[in-house]
Design a protein around this ligand. Sequence first.
Ligand SMILES: [Cu+2]
Length: 290
Amino acid sequence: MRRNNRVAAILTGMASIGASGIAHADTIGIAKPYQYGFQPSATEIMEQTEFMHNDFLLPLTIVIFVFVLILLGYTMFRFRESAHPEPRRFTHNAFIEVLWTLVPTVIVAIVAILGVKQLQFQDTPPSEPEITIKAIGHQWYWEYEYVDDDFVFDSLMIEEEDLTEGQPRLLSTDAHIVLPVNTIVRLLVTASPIDVIHAWTIPAFGVKVDAIPGRLNERWFRVMPGFEGRYHGQCSELCGARHSYMPIVVDIVSKEEYQAWLVTAKAEYAGLEAPTATIAALTVSSELSN
Ligand SMILES: [Cu+2]
């Protein structure tokens, strides 16, 4: 089905020019200079989003645009004043009126059905998630909790002067989220109650969810096999002076590497006390969810 859609997209013109044609090995999880289109999709959610945009909405928009443009040009030329000095004065045509009501209605209905189906997919994991992590937004950094393994850590941006070779500016953090490939992850997102709204985003995952004080939002994602690597994102809700300095980094590794990381992470973070703001946030969100 996907291939047919690709063909349709190419036929309609420019639609397929985008991230889909780029080999993902070197571009995984980060925007490239002069890139346009999406980053390579690492999850089924982003694949569907990319299909919806590149293979459905964009060709549809182009077809409608070209149709209206040609119709407008034809009308302007055909009914110009010099050719018709005495205009005719009819006003109704039942057939055309039914047509221009029905066709857009059908188009909008198809867009709505596909759109709602996709939203539903983003909200409903295909089976019970194996790992639950919680992202808590603060002005201006992220805190992460591995709910099943009972540890928390903060993730702060590395300042420009402290960057080392290969670390992208404004996109690197001191601690990364580490998650296994091909595993359904439940992502809970909130912000501490004394904070403002943030948004947790990884473009390649197709996940963007608001972090709202006193509220617990939930999404899921599963990184597809072969898409191990480092993924970058940024807070996507204007949250104050250092809004652009609270990036998100997720490392997707094999299941074995994840288990090994868990052991070291537990040892490293287990002794750390959750900050008071976080404890309050957890209390508020669990009260809300009860
Ligand atoms: Cu923010």
